[in-house]
Ligand binder design. Structure first.
Ligand SMILES: NC(=O)c1ccc[n+]([C@@H]2O[C@H](COP(=O)([O-])OP(=O)(O)OC[C@H]3O[C@@H](n4cnc5c(N)ncnc54)[C@H](O)[C@@H]3O)[C@@H](O)[C@H]2O)c1
Ligand SMILES: [Zn+2]
Length: 683
């Protein structure tokens, strides 16, 4: 490669890496595997080393993470939050050790800690109380996620001593929780998270703490950045002290090691780590002594006193036996690879989702092929590639059938989608999955009506639609094998009880495409009844908080389908027609903002400008940008300046004596009765 080619390649790599960083750090939805990303990054680092004259000072090799999300309040870190340099082999660890000893001498001792795959957060306690929690962001500026972090049970809100300090840690989603979350999302037809790290990041970086609270996140503290009035001399000591204060300091750790011992320790954990409840992707090696750390210092991107050893994703070769198809609740037909059992990251694996037809063809995967499988993020099995040179000629290319494997109707592919769907509303697969979802805990919560009984009841023709649940009779149930008197009564009682459910549960249970629990709550609160929701226009739907054009379209279409309207009639006749008690609509209820002219100034901690604007508009107000005698309400956040002054002047001058000036707290109070409860705090 000549210099010109190298220059072009570097530019191309930077562009690609930046796009993937955006998807990964800002959207929490990576499109390539970590291994692929690491490879690009290494190539770029290598080129920059060989052609320093072309190296871009703003290259992703010189920067940490991504930009903070616009909708969240930004936090400037008092001490920057950095990334870690990586090592992929014992040789690279020895090189690291050499660099360290060149600077601080041979007395150095290392601490090793398992590297949990989550997201870095910084936590500030003031006089023992949790005061601020933030994401890493770009290392300099992160996002305020205090409200979400408060919902993590392993995190103390109050330390055992009233100290002011800052610690860093990894917020993560345990493996089981992650798998369950993705199962739920799949059932709801929502996009899946690629790995626990993205799931944890996605949960913490959104605006509703109620959602974070439900996501079962956990946290481990791996660094004490600062403690007021304490002299600690080693990292190990600092973590022990953090633990004594009640902080969940990292437990899988060992100190006092030479580099040989470090390499052995890493080896010892390479298999054992799979038995931990959380996903790990490496081992962090740190110089223990703070004075030595200080001498070593930092690069722009990472400390020179630490390095992350990354474990290779475990891979295995096996033979693909068949590709089976599963029809989900939304009708999406997903191909799954079934192969000879292999051991991967501590479990026996026999299947892996192939996601869709395009992926199968892009990776040229044929039935009968030898394939390489691995666990992505060491959790979800995936087929990496086929091994074409081991083919015998008997392998068969996969072809998506034209008809649904469950009902035989033609499958459809919608514009812009890669998935094939069964759109037959009477497809037994759709019916079965739909019933399971309707009865599930977060929807109508009908205890006893799980996968097994739904399967049986559908098979026996006792359930042919959702409303059929409310037509089940005791006698019919008792004809079923393994259904005793007691269970039948319990089931019928649970069904009866569900008639009194909140409206949102019913809306969520309907399984409208893209409508998750949160959107269902918004719809319930905004429309108050199914009759109103049924008749909502596309524009009305679109005007709601959290509902974008695609979702609005999906809801609108749903309620304009004859079969659906027929089904809703059925529900109504059966007395299943929940309504919302606290309806909020502009027409029915005047709010403090109805017909008011409102100006926002300064920064609010709870909402960004766009959101606050939308809220006020939903409550009937009109938001303008400048203060005048027509202004009715001024909402003044932190650092409110000239507009606040002008409003005070106008009020004092008598031109608009009723001009109301609210600080953030008063603003929150004024809107609280009209928005869904979001202040979920542990008690
Ligand atoms: N697939 C993609 O598109 C894509 C894009 C960008 C980044 N990535 C992945 O992200 C990685 C880079 O991200 P990064 O900069 O966050 O680096 P990193 O995750 O490799 O290492 C730094 C992080 O490790 C974490 N950590 C866990 N345990 C720790 C401990 N005991 N001590 C110190 N830190 C600990 C901290 O959160 C710290 O910020 C890449 O290796 C790549 O795998 C993937
Ligand atoms: Zn079908």
């Amino acid at each position: 490669m000549d210099a010109e080619q190298a220059k072009a390649r570097m530019k191309q790599l930077i562009e690609e890496i930046e796009e993937h960083n955006r998807l990964y750090y800002e959207e929490d939805a990576p499109r390539i595997s970590d291994a692929e990303w690491d490879k690009m990054m290494r190539e770029l680092q290598d080129l920059e080393r060989r052609y320093p004259e072309w190296a871009d000072p703003n290259s992703p090799t010189q920067r940490v993470g991504g930009s903070p999300r616009q909708s969240l309040v930004k936090v400037v870190h008092q001490l920057p939050m950095l990334s870690l340099a990586n090592a992929y082999s014992p040789e690279e660890l020895r090189e690291f050790d050499q660099r360290v000893r060149d600077v601080v001498g041979d007395s150095v001792q290392y601490v090793c800690e398992l590297k949990i795959d989550g997201l870095a957060v910084s936590l500030r306690y003031e006089e023992g109380k949790l005061a601020l929690g933030a994401t890493r962001g770009d290392g300099e500026t992160g996002e305020d996620i205090t409200a979400n972090l408060r919902t993590i049970r392993s995190l103390p809100l109050q330390l055992k001593e009233p100290l002011t300090l800052e610690v860093r840690g990894e917020a993560y989603m345990p493996k089981q929780t992650f798998l369950r979350l993705n199962e739920e999302r799949e059932a709801q037809g929502l996009p899946l998270f690629a790995n626990p790290r993205n799931a944890a990041a996605g949960s913490l970086r959104q605006l509703d703490p109620a959602i974070a609270a439900k996501r079962g996140l956990s946290l481990i503290v791996y660094q004490v950045a600062y403690i007021e009035g304490r002299d600690l001399s080693t990292h190990s000591q600092a973590l022990d002290f953090a633990r004594s204060l009640g902080l969940p300091a990292v437990g899988e750790r060992r100190g006092g090691m030479s580099i040989d011992e470090v390499i052995q320790y890493i080896q010892d954990w390479s298999e054992k780590r799979h038995t931990l409840p959380y996903a790990t992707d490496g081992m962090v090696v740190k110089v223990d002594n703070f004075a030595q750390q200080q001498v070593l210092g930092f690069t722009a991107k990472s400390p020179r006193w630490a390095i992350a050893y990354k474990y290779q994703a475990e891979q295995a070769e096996t033979q693909l036996q068949e590709i089976v198809l599963h029809v989900g609740r939304t009708g999406v037909v997903t191909p799954t690879a079934v192969f000879h059992p292999v051991q991967l990251a501590g479990t026996t694996v026999t299947r892996a989702s192939l996601h869709n037809e395009d992926i199968i063809h892009a990776r040229d995967i044929r039935v009968g092929d030898w394939i390489i499988v691995q666990k992505a993020g060491d959790i979800i099995p995936e087929v990496v590639q086929s091994l074409p040179n081991r083919r015998t000629g008997k392998e068969k290319s996969f072809e998506m059938p034209a008809a649904c494997p469950e009902c035989g109707e033609n499958l459809h592919k919608f514009a812009g989608e890669v998935a094939w769907r069964c759109v037959n509303p009477n497809c037994p697969a759709l019916l079965r999955e739909g019933l399971i979802h309707f009865a599930s805990r977060d929807a109508m919560n009908i205890e006893g009506l799980g996968e097994t009984w739904v399967g049986i009841l559908v098979q026996k023709n006792l359930l042919r639609s959702l409303p059929d649940i409310y037509r089940l009779q005791r006698d019919a149930l008792l004809t079923l094998e393994r259904m005793g008197e007691k269970s039948a009564e319990k089931l019928l009682a649970a069904i009866e009880r569900s008639k009194n459910n909140e409206l949102y549960r019913f809306i969520f249970g309907l399984g409208i495409r893209m409508v998750g629990e949160k959107a269902a709550k918004t719809l319930a609160r905004s429309f108050g009844s199914l009759d109103a929701l049924k008749n909502a226009s596309y524009e009305e739907l679109l005007s709601l908080r959290d509902i974008g054009p695609k979702m609005a379209e999906s809801i609108y279409q749903y309620f304009h389908e004859a079969a659906i309207l027929h089904m809703l009639d059925d529900f109504k006749k059966l007395g299943v027609w929940p309504t919302e008690n606290h309806i909020v609509t502009e027409q029915e209820q005047k709010t403090p903002y109805s017909d008011k002219v409102v100006v926002l100034t300064g920064t609010l901690q709870s909402y960004d400008r766009a959101e606050a604007t939308r809220l006020i508009e939903q409550l009937g107000g009109r938001v303008t940008s400048s203060v005048s005698s027509k202004t009715d309400i001024l909402i003044a956040g932190n650092e409110a300046g000239s507009k606040l002054k002008k409003a005070e002047d106008i009020r004092a001058s008598g031109k608009q004596p009723h001009l109301l000036i609210l600080n953030e707290e008063q603003f929150l109070e004024s809107i609280a009765p009209y928005i869904p409860q979001t202040n979920v705090r542990r008690t």
